[in-house]
Design a protein around this ligand. Structure first.
Ligand SMILES: Cc1ncc(COP(=O)(O)O)c(C=O)c1O
Length: 382
């Protein structure tokens, strides 16, 4: 018997894997050294642990360890990449291209830059949440200094044609920044094959701790000079000053290593789960799939319940399961999801949509219990 509430909000955050917790624990007390203390063994021990984690994180995305900057999470990485680049390249141009369905971390940085005099092009998406590559090409101007597009959408799981976007950016010698927070650790990501110049991601979305993330910055690319946002001791190649969060970084490294080894089997298991889920829920009248059925993360199902009272469903389900009505990061706001609206959904349909996201610790029994709870709740709506 599954216990309520069942956690089906893995896109908001994931539980720390116990192996990650075990790897982190010694770095709080026993090995508490400052990784920047160069003169003694406590410092060296911490520095070695950070080096190992940097290597583990780099291996997950096909990068070199020197290309990884540790931050406090994806939001900070996004800010560092976009603002840091915009500041240094303002004399070359002030035009940035991004996508209407990006996470607020990207959209709000762009809005801030717009306020400072930069021009932002927001590429639209179609009903499936996909951009048109021709539109991207057409939007490129002489003064375009950055293309920012996410890997996989946090609300729908839709996966963008990242390698194509990267190639277009490369052909025009424009840096390509990718927010890959939802993709890293879930699907294979190779920054070189995908022609990504800078990439943000976060530990807590891949069974690591909260409050730690990374920014990949491709080396040997003069167009990728970025300015730090935080000044101080010159840590992380002078790009992110402040004493390193050694336990968090060790946890992110371990999480990356686990994802590397478990990704394929996990994706297969979760694809099977999602298929069962959709077979059961999708056959109910008035239920619609939001997003792309194929170009999509296998553990995400964003579903619109168009029947009368569908907008009340999420509240009624909360005693059975933890799910999301949109981006958890902006859930304080009651506005309909900007992602679903960009895909053409009405306010009413957006309010009646629920994101179910499964993960490493979701069991088949939990899935079946959740399906039963949804059916039971829907029958009460009518
Ligand atoms: C696509 C995407 N980008 C950025 C973030 C922000 O990540 P963090 O919580 O690590 O700051 C999230 C979190 O939901 C996300 O899904």
């Amino acid at each position: 018997m599954s216990t309520y509430p069942i956690y089906l909000d893995y896109n908001a955050t994931t539980p720390c894997d116990q192996q990650v917790v075990d790897a982190m624990l010694p770095y709080f007390s026993e090995h508490f050294g400052n990784a920047s203390s160069k003169a003694h063994a406590h410092g060296w021990y911490a520095e070695d642990a950070v080096s190992q984690a940097r290597q583990q994180v780099a291996s997950l995305i096909g990068a070199d360890a020197k290309e990884i900057i540790f931050t406090s999470g994806a939001t900070e990485s996004v800010n560092l990449a976009i603002q840091g680049l915009a500041q240094l390249h303002a004399t070359r141009g002030k035009h940035i291209i991004t996508v209407a369905t990006e996470h607020k971390a990207v959209l709000d940085v762009c809005a801030h830059l717009q306020w400072q005099g930069y021009e932002i092009t927001y590429l639209p998406v179609d009903q499936f949440g996909m951009i048109a590559l021709e539109q991207l090409e057409d939007s490129i101007r002489k003064d375009t200094i950055l293309i920012a597009a996410m890997y996989a959408n946090n609300e729908t799981g839709v996966i963008h044609p990242v390698a194509d976007i990267g190639r277009i950016a490369q052909q025009h010698s424009i840096p390509f920044f990718c927010d890959a927070t939802q993709a890293v650790g879930k699907i294979p990501v190779d920054v070189y094959a995908d022609c990504i110049d800078m990439m943000a991601f976060s530990a807590h979305k891949m069974y690591g701790p909260k409050g730690v993330g990374a920014l990949f910055i491709k080396k040997r690319n003069p167009l990728l000079d970025i300015s730090p946002l935080v000044f101080g001791g010159g840590h992380e190649r002078k790009l992110r000053s402040g004493t390193l969060n050694v336990p968090g970084i060790v946890g992110m490294g371990k999480a990356a290593e686990l994802c590397n080894s478990m990704m394929a089997s996990e994706a297969k298991r979760l694809t099977d789960f999602r298929d069962v889920f959709w077979k059961e829920i999708g056959s109910i009248e008035g239920v619609q799939w939001n997003g792309h059925k194929v170009q999509s993360l296998s553990h995400v199902a964003n579903i619109c319940f168009t029947m009368e009272g569908g907008d009340k469903l999420i509240k009624m389900l909360s005693k059975y399961m933890s799910v999301s009505s949109g981006s958890a990061c902006s859930s304080a706001a009651v506005e309909p999801s900007h992602v679903l609206k960009s895909m053409g959904l009405s306010d009413a349909k957006a309010h009646s949509s629920i994101r179910f996201s499964f993960g490493r610790f979701t069991t088949l029994q939990e899935m079946m219990t959740a399906i039963e709870a949804i059916k039971k709740t829907l029958s009460r709506l009518s």
